[in-house]
Write a protein that binds this ligand. Structure first.
Ligand code: NOJ
Ligand code: MG
Length: 532
């Protein structure tokens, strides 16, 4: 593909904001749209190209906005329609893009569609959701489970049927086999696309269609005590059905009615199944989220293999992407340790494919321990002790060393990390060897160098804890060498090379000329521009 044919989302970097926790402008302790607007210069100066914000729609907040009660409104807690228009405008003025979260698999049980649907069996919207008769003994229609614990079916006294909810009972699943549902949601997409929104991250895309025969899910032979109850079964019939691909390609058609808009799918599936969401001819999602770095052990050999398998599995013209953190998983600095967080950033920002960076990870924020009485996340509250709480990775952004880290003048909805006086934007901005400056420098070089934003990926075989690869575009070549381990390693690849260190995680080596056999300190990572 010619350079000019690469679009913003091929070349750019996506930054995820969890709006509740980014910046509170009105002192209610919860982040909001005006707060995000205040911080756009920061985001731009960091080097970000596109901002994805988690849901900001009206919602009873049973799942913090992933239970939408009005798809074309704004929750007053976050602001109003003028605020989102202004946010969009201010994002665009700065040359960035705005991506909204679309939650089409389920609505809130307070959405007018569901209130109607639930009102009687012959309501015209009855079939907009998934209603089934009880079994003869009164039990649920089949064995499908809720991701958040317990059965996936909720009995409705009034009409004597069960409805299906893959998540909370407050989040009934829409029936995507119904053409009216499709049309309604495509119109929601158009509403935002007309406004100029640059794309959507589609929530749980692989859940959207379920088996039309409602067959029981098989049990999971790998289930062990202590795992969450959803892991008891393999969701073979309740997720990832063939027909979902028709739906995704229809969504893509809506996206393609507009110029250069982006369709991202949230999909947790093994790579062979994941890449199907590109479509045979790239007619489905532009970017089915690749979550491997969230799940793989921090091991050079395993990561090297995973990268190659992923690269190999991509369909022709399928563009790769990498995610290092999000609002559902432990923060990277907690998962791999503070010492390796720099290498993780270098990996994310030098791999081939669009990176998604989670807010706060640019500071090295860690999971925050939340005491039992302060837990907010329904995933944890529903299955105490088993359901992992997602609160620790959702704590307020740390802006400065003032009270509440400059996040709010009120009481923050989740506690702050105790170390915020040390670990915050203000402090790190002025500190050359900080995580924040490392991110800025990585983002800058990624933007400047075609080899890094669109170049080929070539693995470099290496031993021990070393992960190494080349990125190449025309005459330009970069070598990335990461020591993912805790002891010094020798890097002696088969190829002959020499070059200049552009970025080193421990800054000591920057600007130095290196060649061929080198020793690399523990936790060290190098981005080297090769001489040509
Ligand atoms: C995935 C979202 O990322 C998560 O936060 C949410 O709870 C579920 N989908 C249900 O919408
Ligand atoms: Mg607020």
């Amino acid at each position: 593909m010619k350079y000019d044919n690469y679009l913003w989302w091929h070349k750019g970097v996506v930054y995820q904001i969890y709006p509740r926790s980014y910046k509170d402008s009105d002192g209610d302790g919860i982040g909001d749209l005006r707060g995000i607007i205040e911080k756009l210069d920061y985001i731009k100066n960091l080097g970000i190209d596109a901002v994805w914000i988690s849901p900001i729609y009206p919602s009873p907040m049973a799942d913090f906005g992933y239970d939408v009660s009005d798809y074309t409104g704004i929750h007053p807690m976050f602001g109003n329609m003028d605020d989102i228009d202004e946010l969009l405008n201010e994002v665009h003025i700065r040359g960035m893009k705005l991506i909204l979260d679309l939650v089409p698999n389920h609505s809130s049980d307070q959405h007018p569609w569901f209130l109607e649907s639930r009102s009687s069996k012959d309501n015209p919207k009855r079939d907009w959701y998934i209603w089934k008769d009880p079994t003869p003994d009164g039990g649920p229609p089949n064995n499908w489970l809720s991701v958040f614990g317990g059965p996936g079916w909720e009995y409705d006294e009034k009409t004597g049927q069960y409805y299906y909810h893959a998540f909370l009972k407050e989040q009934p699943d829409l029936n995507w086999r119904n053409p009216e549902v499709q049309k309604a949601m495509f119109d929601v997409m158009r509403f935002w696309l007309e406004k100029g929104v640059d794309g959507f991250r589609v929530d749980v895309m692989w859940h959207m269609i379920k088996d039309d025969q409602f067959r029981n899910d098989p049990s999971n032979p790998e289930y062990e005590k202590g795992m969450n109850s959803y892991s008891r079964q393999i969701p073979a019939y309740s997720t990832d059905q063939d027909e979902v691909h028709d739906i995704v390609s229809k969504m893509r058609n809506v996206i393609d009615e507009y110029d250069e808009r982006l369709l991202i799918g949230e999909i947790y599936l093994p790579v062979d199944k994941l890449v199907k969401y590109y479509g045979h001819e790239n007619e489905e999602a532009h970017l089915p989220f690749n979550f491997q770095l969230l799940e793989l052990p921090w091991n050079a050999a395993k990561i090297r293999t995973a990268i190659s398998e992923y690269e190999g599995a991509l369909p022709e013209n399928g563009w790769p992407n990498w995610v290092l953190g999000n609002h559902d998983k432990s923060r990277i600095a907690s998962r791999v340790g503070k010492e390796q967080a720099g290498n993780a950033a270098m990996l994310l920002l030098t791999l081939r494919g669009t990176p998604t960076l989670y807010y706060g990870d640019e500071l090295g924020m860690e999971d925050v321990e939340i005491s039992k009485d302060k837990i907010q996340d329904p995933q944890a509250l529903n299955e105490p002790g088993v359901g992992r709480s997602r609160d620790p990775e959702r704590t307020p952004m740390q802006w400065d060393d003032s009270e509440n880290a400059g996040f709010t003048s009120g009481e923050p909805w989740l506690p702050l990390m105790v170390n915020y006086k040390e670990l915050n934007v203000k402090k790190q901005w002025n500190k050359e060897d900080s995580m924040l400056q490392l991110h800025r420098r990585l983002l800058r070089i990624r933007t400047e160098e075609p080899a890094l934003h669109i170049g080929d990926y070539v693995p470099v075989p290496s031993k021990g804890d070393i992960l190494a690869y080349l990125r190449k575009y025309e005459q330009d070549e970069f070598l990335v060498v990461l020591n993912l381990g805790v002891s010094e390693e020798v890097f002696e690849p088969q190829l002959e090379w020499q070059g200049t260190v552009k970025i080193s995680i421990q800054k000591d080596l920057e600007g130095q000329k290196l060649k061929n056999k080198i020793t690399i300190a523990q936790n060290q990572g190098l981005l080297i521009k090769l001489d040509r």
